[in-house]
Design a protein around this ligand. Structure first.
Ligand code: TRP
Length: 454
C-alpha cells in the first residue's frame, strides 16, 4: 500500500513567498513520488475559528486553491478538496470529541497561550476564547484519521497536535476496536531541509509579523515594491557586503541553483550595491514565479473551473470517507434498528458475515465475473463482466485486500453499486425497500471487512 501523506492549509490569508518555499513547493514535490497517495485540503472549518469575516474566508479559499493549482499540484494525482465539502469529517470530529479527555485539550499550546495572554492582561482567563479554538486539535485529528494518513507534513508548531491525534486515535481503537485498529497512528513530518525565508524586517516571513512578500497577488509590481522594502545595512555600492548575513541572499538562495547563488554571493562580497542586488533578486524570483503567476491569473479568472476541481476532489475524498464513517458508526453503536435487533438476538451481522466469500464464474457470454456471497448464502453483489480472467481476479483481490479505495454507493432508492478508484466494478442486488437496501449495504461493509481479514 502506498504511503498516505495528508496536510491541511488554513484558509484565512493570502499566500506569500514564505508559504511557497516552506510548504507549497515541497508538498507538491513530495506528491509526485510514485509510492505516495497525497491528500491536500483547504482547512476552511479551521479558518472559522480565527476569522469572522465571511468575505475574507471566501476570498482566501479561492486564492489558496488557485495558488496550489497554479504551482503545479496535479488534481488527478492528488486528492485535493475542501474540508467543508466532506461532512464525514465533522461527524467524526464529534465521535472523537466524545472520547477525548477535556484535560488533554486544556494542555494544548494554542489554547494555553491565549489563556496566558488573558492572565497577563488581567482579564478572565477564557476571555474571548471560543470552543472552536479549544477543540481545534480534535477537528484536526478528524481530518487526519478520516483518511488514515500515515504521514502529516506540518510546521513545527503543529507537533503537539499530531501527538494529540495519536492519543485520540489510540483511545478510540482501544474503546471500540475489539482487536481491530480502526485508525492508523499518524506520524508528524517536519521538513528540516526546507528554507525558512526571512521577511521584510529580517524576522521569519509570516502573516502575523506583517512582513511578507506576496506570492501572486498584485503581480510583478507588488513583488518589486515588497522587495524594495527588505531591510539592508547602510553600506554603499563598491563596499563589500556580508553576503551570508544578507536577507536578500537568503531569499535568492531559495530560488536559484547553487552556482547562481554563489555568483550572487561573490558579487555582494565584491561590492554590488543594494539597489542592484534587489533588482537581481526580483528578476530571479520572477523567472520561477512569472509562469506560475500566469497560471494563477488564468485560474482566478475562472473560479468555476476551480470549483469543479474541488468538487471532484470531494467526490474522491468521500469515496473513502463515506464507507469508513459507516463502519465507525457501527463501531460506536449507531446502527439501523433492525441490525441492532439482530445482534441482540445473537445472530449478529458480524458473525453471519464471517464466512462471506467471493465466487468467480463465467457468464453466458463467456465473460469473467465474480460475486460476493454472504454467510447465509445470499448474493450481495455481482461484478461487471471482464474479458480477461486476470483482470477480474485483480479487481477481486483489490476489494478483498482493500488496497484501493472502494466504496458502495446507492443507486436510486433500492440499488447500490461498488466503485473502485472511481470506476464501477459491481452492481449490488436490488432490495425491496430503501431500508432493506441500507441494511444490506451495512451487512456488505461488515462482510467485506471480515472477508478481507480472513
Ligand atoms: N492546523 C494546521 C495549521 O495551522 C492546518 C491543518 C488543519 C492541518 N487540519 C490539518 C494540517 C490536518 C495537517 C493535517 O498549519
Amino acid at each position: 500500500m502506498n504511503t498516505r501523506v495528508l496536510t491541511g492549509i488554513t484558509t484565512s490569508g493570502t499566500p506569500h513567498l514564505g508559504n511557497y518555499v516552506g510548504a507549497i513547493r515541497p508538498a507538491i514535490q513530495a506528491s509526485q513520488q510514485h509510492d505516495v497517495d497525497a491528500f491536500f485540503f483547504l482547512a476552511d472549518y479551521h479558518a472559522l475559528i480565527k476569522c469572522e469575516d465571511p468575505d475574507r474566508i471566501a476570498r482566501s479559499r479561492l486564492e489558496i486553491a488557485a495558488t496550489w493549482l497554479a504551482s503545479g499540484l496535479d488534481p488527478e494525482r492528488v486528492t485535493f478538496y475542501r474540508q467543508s465539502d466532506v461532512p464525514e469529517i465533522p461527524e467524526l470530529s464529534w465521535m472523537l470529541t466524545c472520547v477525548t479527555a477535556k484535560g488533554l485539550m486544556n494542555r494544548a499550546h494554542a489554547y494555553k497561550a491565549s489563556v496566558d495572554q488573558n492572565l497577563a492582561k488581567g482579564v478572565e482567563e477564557d476571555d474571548g476564547i471560543n470552543m472552536g479554538l479549544f477543540s481545534y486539535p480534535i477537528l484536526m485529528a478528524a481530518d487526519i484519521l478520516m483518511f488514515n494518513a500515515h504521514k502529516v507534513p506540518v510546521g513545527r508548531d503543529q507537533t503537539q497536535h499530531l501527538e494529540m491525534a495519536r492519543d485520540i486515535a489510540q483511545r478510540f481503537n482501544h474503546l471500540y476496536g475489539k482487536g481491530r485498529d480502526y485508525f492508523v497512528l499518524p506520524e508528524v513530518v517536519i521538513a528540516e531541509d526546507v528554507a525558512t525565508l526571512p521577511g521584510l524586517d529580517g524576522r521569519k516571513m509570516s502573516k502575523s509579523y506583517n512582513n511578507t512578500v506576496p506570492l501572486f497577488e498584485g503581480g510583478f509590481k507588488a513583488l518589486k515594491s515588497a522587495v524594495a522594502k527588505i531591510v539592508t545595512d547602510s553600506l554603499g555600492p563598491g563596499e563589500p557586503k556580508d553576503a551570508d548575513a544578507s536577507h536578500l541572499y537568503l531569499i535568492y538562495k531559495a530560488f536559484a541553483q547553487p552556482a547562481e547563488s554563489n555568483a550572487f554571493r561573490d558579487e555582494l562580497i565584491a561590492g554590488l550595491g543594494w539597489g542592484d542586488a534587489k533588482q537581481r533578486l526580483c528578476d530571479r524570483i520572477e523567472q520561477e514565479m512569472g509562469p506560475l503567476r500566469a497560471n494563477y491569473e488564468a485560474l482566478m479568472a475562472h473560479p468555476d473551473r476551480i470549483e469543479e476541481i474541488l468538487q471532484e476532489g470531494a467526490r474522491k475524498a468521500r469515496a473513502i470517507a463515506t464507507p469508513f464513517i459507516r463502519e465507525l458508526r457501527d463501531a460506536v453503536g449507531l446502527r439501523t434498528l433492525s441490525a441492532s435487533l439482530k445482534s441482540a438476538t445473537g445472530k449478529s451481522a458480524k458473525s453471519s458475515s464471517k464466512v462471506a466469500r467471493y465466487v468467480s464464474f463465467r457468464d453466458e457470454d463467456g465473460q469473467f465475473r465474480f460475486r460476493l456471497m454472504s454467510a447465509d448464502g445470499i448474493e450481495l453483489f455481482c461484478s461487471v463482466p471482464f474479458a480477461d480472467p486476470k483482470q477480474a481476479g485483480a479487481v477481486m483481490r483489490d476489494l478483498q485486500q482493500q488496497q484501493a479505495a472502494s466504496v458502495a454507493r446507492t443507486v436510486g432508492d433500492t440499488g447500490f453499486e461498488i466503485v473502485l478508484e472511481g470506476r464501477k466494478v459491481a452492481d449490488g442486488v436490488e432490495s425491496e425497500s430503501e431500508a432493506m437496501r441500507d441494511q444490506k449495504m451495512e451487512q456488505l461493509t461488515l462482510a467485506m471487512r471480515h472477508e478481507s481479514n480472513a
